[in-house]
Design a protein around this ligand. Structure first.
Ligand code: ARG
Ligand code: ZN
Length: 428
């Protein structure tokens, strides 16, 4: 009995004793109407070091996180300058506390067999699942075996492994390959959750769907479930809203580099990044200064025999299927192809639960930001169909998407990936 209590406590403490709390932290939705007002808001973001959670292009609004001690000043400033805003999330901590609320509406078919896809997992749990993958083969409706193998493509500063799972079905024809990564940004927990779901679907095909087996008949899959395990672990243990990796920055007490500003294609901290170690979008001291971004670069360099046709990097939130470039508003010369495949995904996603996605170049539909992995995959590694997926939602819960949304988000995203991969067969 005593032991049970202690175990229960330990389990609970994993999620409730984070030392960074967000009591009374708010997310404001701000609507600048003119470019002047927009620069006023951006100056305010700079001045207080605010975290911009999202930029909505449909209504030109920004989701900005503020904290109690500056709340009234910020709101007064906005009121004085007549910039409309309202409090979108009143208390982030209460969302954090609610995100593990028990799920009643979605039944997880495979929970007892392999892994619970209905909950968020610690990095240690993810590693255990990844290790378990090497112990068996999967089968699709054809009855053919589907194999997977594990590799480690890098080590982080805190000495965690960056795992790569390859899923393939033997064949005598050469196949093209698709690379997927999750968890570049620590707090975007739905990203690893979806990427693990994708692995499970591809390998075990739990619903025995021909459309899913087609994915392994046509492509080899290379999947990194968590590219930023240090940051991910920190977001579990200490700070739910941590974004960067955990790099010890020399000359600063602030930790972390934004990995999605650190990739070395047109790297430039002045475009959507920062040279300040304390910024949430710190670009690092140089391109590829970080073990995690380097791991991707070196992997692509070493895998020159693999014919990658697509690179998908999974983020949240915003419901977007974005293609390059992030460093410029100019479009890639083959953007028509990327736009077509993105729209195929968009329609398939919408057909499931009517979730609406936006498709476009990341600079044009989101904001400009240089040093993203998508820009590198296309510009540096030469992978034509390179995208950033921003999964659910559009800001109701933002990064703190409740566990009850995991399965529906995975289902619709899977539909998007299936339709997208099919479309690549007919596109140039
Ligand atoms: N939310 C992502 C970020 O800010 C979007 C990245 C889009 N791609 C890009 N190269 N900027 O990192
Ligand atoms: Zn992200």
């Amino acid at each position: 009995m005593k032991l049970l209590c202690i175990t229960t406590l330990l389990l609970v403490s994993q999620v409730t004793t984070q030392n960074t709390r967000y009591d009374g932290h708010e997310v404001l939705k701000i609507f600048p109407k003119t470019t002047n007002e927009a620069s006023y808001v951006l100056d305010m973001v700079q001045k207080y070091g605010l975290d911009v959670w999202h930029v909505h292009h449909n209504d030109s609004s920004l989701d900005v996180k503020i904290w109690p001690t500056i709340s009234s000043t910020v709101k007064q400033d906005l009121t004085n300058t007549r910039i409309p805003f309202f409090t979108w999330i009143k208390d982030i901590q209460s969302l954090i506390d609610q995100q593990f609320a028990p799920i009643t509406s979605h039944i997880n078919k495979r929970a007892t067999q392999q892994f619970m896809f209905t909950v968020y997992h610690s990095f240690a749990q993810i590693e255990a699942y990844v290790a378990s993958l090497s112990q068996d083969t999967g089968t699709g409706p054809s009855g053919d075996s589907i194999y997977s193998s594990n590799a480690v493509i890098g080590y982080t500063e805190e000495n965690r492994q960056i795992h790569l799972v390859k899923i393939s079905k033997p064949s005598n024809q050469a196949k093209k390959a698709i690379f997927v990564d999750g968890g570049i940004h620590a707090r975007e927990w739905i990203s690893p959750a979806f990427v693990l779901y994708l692995i499970d679907q591809l390998k075990y095909n739990p619903d025995q769907l021909q459309s899913v087996e087609d994915l392994v008949d046509t492509y080899d899959w290379y999947i990194v479930p968590v590219l930023n395990p240090d940051g991910y672990s920190y977001s579990f243990a200490s700070d739910r809203l941590w974004r960067k990796n955990r790099r010890t920055n020399s000359g600063s007490t602030c930790h972390g580099v934004d990995l999605n500003r650190n990739f070395g294609y047109q790297w430039n901290p002045a475009i959507g990044g920062s040279t300040s170690a304390c910024s949430d979008v710190f670009s690092g001291v140089s391109a590829f200064s970080e073990a995690e971004s380097k791991a991707i670069r070196d992997y692509f360099a070493s895998a020159s025999n693999v014919d990658f046709i697509s690179y998908l990097t999974v983020h949240s939130y915003g419901q977007m299927w974005l293609y390059p470039w992030g460093y410029t508003s100019a479009l890639p010369n083959d953007y028509v192809d990327l736009d077509a495949a993105g729209n195929t995904a968009r329609v398939a996603i919408r057909n499931r639960f009517n979730t609406r996605y936006t498709v476009g170049s990341s600079t044009n539909v989101l904001y400009s930001a240089a040093g993203g992995s998508d820009d590198y995959a296309k510009g540096g590694a030469g992978i034509k169909y390179s995208y950033t997926l921003e999964l659910r939602d559009t800001g109701r819960y933002g990064f703190v998407l409740p566990e009850s949304s995991i399965i529906p988000t995975c289902q619709e995203t899977m539909d998007g990936v299936i339709a997208f991969a099919n479309d690549l067969k007919v596109l140039p």
